[in-house]
Design a protein around this ligand. Structure first.
Ligand SMILES: [Zn+2]
Length: 377
């Protein structure tokens, strides 16, 4: 670590929790200028831990299980997240209090304040939330990074477009994600979708997810036989995976963006407003391997099967579609039986959850989508 970085880092971590946002921004800009975005994000994570915006308990209070699958050769994962469960409980209590307290005047159904906009910085309940903003492409497309208060892993950031704009998946998303990865190559850049009940999280404001060093199972999936096409500097392939998905890998960012972008737009055009995707972008496994991006096809007609809703009633997002189920803590009279099922039949549970959220895996259509991508790439 260079001497100047060490000095800047120590000074930053000594800033008290009430430090104004402008000061945080200035100091992180200095750290980024000295050592790059990843070092600035490291510092923000450590500072937010010290300030109490995130806690070790929230990061570590998770039971993680792994299930090797002989059929696909993948190791699927499952996490039971205690901290997220407590958070959902608190939200549910608040919602019920609003409808059941006698004489309570409920808030009219007007527009609710945006959960991602910058006005949340330092607001009640988020007193120590701070962000780091940057110009992504040097032409004024600005994003700010914030930590999610309920991380799935340590170093779980949400890059948010500075301007309040609805979530929209397009070729532009791939451009933004490649630019984010170029600034922080040690991270995975993920995107939830833009259609409710089809892999979406917050629809009202454009954002991505970035997690340090995360490689989810779908990235290691085998190509389906005979379903691979060359693109400049790499290839596009249909995956042998429980959810209809395609992987683009290669050394040329532009070709990847063009090919994956064409497939994304083509899929969306087949059922406008309903067909959408989740995206998962990572650096290749070796230094000369460029990038890999996986497109997971989504449509709100395909959801978690009825029999699994006692484990998970919420929608399934990009992390789960990519091979890691996130379950709330089992409760009630069935809790013990559910825990047993999770431990003993976890593989079947995760694969059925993923498969239930998949549009039909139609080989003919997959071939057409691949041709379209190869022609564009
Ligand atoms: Zn907003």
């Amino acid at each position: 670590m260079s001497c100047s970085l060490e000095v800047l880092r120590e000074a930053f971590l000594a800033l008290p929790p009430q430090t104004p946002q402008d000061t945080i921004q200035e100091r992180l800009e200095e750290i980024r200028a000295a050592s790059g975005l990843e070092k600035a994000l490291d510092c923000l994570q450590l500072w937010e831990l010290a300030a109490g915006y995130i806690t070790r308990e929230k990061v570590e209070d998770v039971e993680r299980l792994e299930f090797p699958d002989p059929d696909t050769g993948l190791t699927f994962r499952l996490q039971v997240n205690y901290a997220r469960t407590r958070y959902s409980d608190a939200q549910e209590k608040e919602r019920q209090a609003q409808v059941t307290v006698p004489g309570f005047d409920p808030v009219p159904d007007g527009p609710k304040p945006c959960l991602l906009c910058r006005h949340n910085v330092g607001s009640p309940g988020m007193e120590s939330l701070r962000v780091f903003e940057l110009d992504l492409d040097g032409r004024g497309r600005r994003f700010f990074f914030q930590l999610t208060p309920f991380p799935l892993y340590p170093y779980h950031f949400v890059p948010v477009l500075s301007e309040h704009t609805p979530q929209l998946l397009s070729s532009r998303s791939l451009e933004d994600m490649l630019a984010l990865l170029a600034l922080a190559p040690g991270y995975a850049v993920l995107s939830n979708s833009d259609v409710e009940w089809a892999g979406a999280s917050i629809l009202s404001h454009l954002h991505f997810q970035m997690l340090r060093g995360l490689r989810l199972p779908v990235l290691e999936a085998r190509a389906a036989p005979g379903a691979s096409r060359p693109i400049p500097g790499g290839r596009a392939e249909l995956l042998d995976y429980p959810l209809a998905s395609f992987r683009f890998s290669g050394t040329r960012a532009q070709a990847l963006r063009a090919g994956a972008g064409a497939l994304l737009e083509k899929w969306k055009s087949l059922d406008p407003g309903r067909n959408t995707v989740n995206l998962n972008l990572v650096p290749g496994s070796g230094p000369a391997d460029g990038f890999q991006v996986v497109l997971l096809l989504r449509n709100p007609d395909y959801r978690t099967p009825e029999g699994l809703r006692r484990f998970k009633s919420e929608g399934v997002g990009v992390v789960e579609a990519s091979g890691e189920a996130i379950l709330p803590v089992p409760r009630g009279p069935e809790a013990q039986a559910m825990w047993r099922e999770i431990r003993e039949c976890g593989l079947r549970l995760v694969k059925e959850l993923i498969a239930g959220n998949s549009p039909p895996r139609d080989r003919e259509q997959a071939r057409e989508l691949l041709e379209c991508a190869a022609a564009a790439g």
